[in-house]
Design a protein around this ligand. Structure first.
Ligand SMILES: NC(=O)c1ccc[n+]([C@@H]2O[C@H](COP(=O)([O-])OP(=O)(O)OC[C@H]3O[C@@H](n4cnc5c(N)ncnc54)[C@H](O)[C@@H]3O)[C@@H](O)[C@H]2O)c1
Ligand SMILES: O=C(O)[C@H](O)[C@@H](O)[C@H](O)[C@H](O)CO
Length: 261
């Protein structure tokens, strides 16, 4: 029997983290790296990635970066091939890259719908498929962590941001997580999702300006918004052997918002 410390230890493990250059992805990278995992980060811009790698190196974390536009299907195969080349294999896949777009549903541009859907759900399917087939299934081990959102657990009320594609894509992430967990449990792969509430980031800058921190915090029983360490514990749980008997689960990290709304 292992100790709790050993169950959460990621020494010798490898992880590919999409959208790892900033925001929640970088926070997850810190969490996994601090526990000993070797990392490959991916996101669209090489310059952002270089900064993130330097930031992690300062904290003693081994990371490298591969730029890829995941809204394009053609980006997936080269990314996975290069990540496996660098890491040897992939133990942990964090599907975190995501984006949003706001417009009233009746006027919502189909280009925006396609962009959001391609990145937020289609790329998660494609990446999981490639990493599963090439690395996790043959090795009979894997941890897939999808970053959903509490916006995938309910719709937006009147007066909130009009993000029909975003909420729809995150709802799809939730049920994709359960479905893949059902299929791949027999291969020793767990598939779980984080459902963050509001965290300040580049993506949510507009929401923060529109509604104000106080109003966003008021929605939560804990009366606060997320900060730069609030996702770490849940991410580490799903990445490590501490969760080897947990799959297909959606964990809200939201100050309690989804418990009461
Ligand atoms: N911030 C929040 O309140 C919040 C809440 C719930 C869920 N989320 C989810 O967390 C994830 C990260 O968001 P964030 O808030 O850190 O935002 P962010 O904008 O800071 O980070 C998004 C990341 O995704 C990458 N990315 C964007 N488009 C891409 C593309 N086409 N190809 C490859 N990479 C791309 C960016 O480079 C960046 O690394 C998203 O899936 C988002 O939906 C965020
Ligand atoms: O995915 C996200 O960006 C967040 O979860 C948002 O949905 C906020 O929680 C919401 O906007 C607060 O009102």
């Amino acid at each position: 029997m292992r100790t709790t410390k050993q169950l959460f230890d990621l020494t010798g493990k490898t992880a590919l983290i999409t959208g790892g250059s900033r925001g929640l992805g970088l926070q997850i990278a810190e969490a996994l790296g601090e526990q000993g995992a070797r990392l490959v980060l991916s996101s669209r811009k090489q310059s952002d990635l270089d900064e993130a790698v330097a930031h992690l190196k300062q904290r003693g974390i081994e990371a490298s970066a591969i730029a890829a536009d995941l809204s394009q299907e053609s980006a997936v195969a080269p990314l996975v091939a290069e990540a496996i080349k660098r890491l040897g294999h992939i133990d942990i896949l964090v599907n975190n890259a995501g984006a949003t777009w706001g417009a009233p549903a009746e006027d919502y541009p189909t280009e925006a719908w396609d962009k959001v859907m391609n990145l937020n759900i289609r790329s998660i399917f494609l990446l999981s498929q490639a990493v599963g087939k090439q690395s996790m299934i043959p090795r009979k081990y894997g941890r897939i962590i999808n970053v959903a959102s509490i916006a995938g657990l309910s719709g937006n009320g009147p007066g909130s941001m009009q993000t029909v594609a975003y909420n729809t894509s995150k709802g799809a992430v939730v049920n994709f997580t359960r479905t893949l967990a059902g299929e791949w449990g027999r291969h020793g792969i767990t598939v779980n999702a984080l459902a963050p509430g509001f965290f300040p980031s580049k993506m949510t800058k507009g929401v923060l300006e529109n509604f104000g921190e106080e109003n966003l915090a008021k929605r939560a029983p804990l009366q606060r918004i997320g900060d730069d360490e609030d996702l770490k514990g849940a991410a580490l749980l799903f990445a490590s052997d501490a969760s080897k008997h947990i799959t297909g689960q959606i964990l809200a990290v939201d100050g309690g918002v989804s418990a009461v709304h």
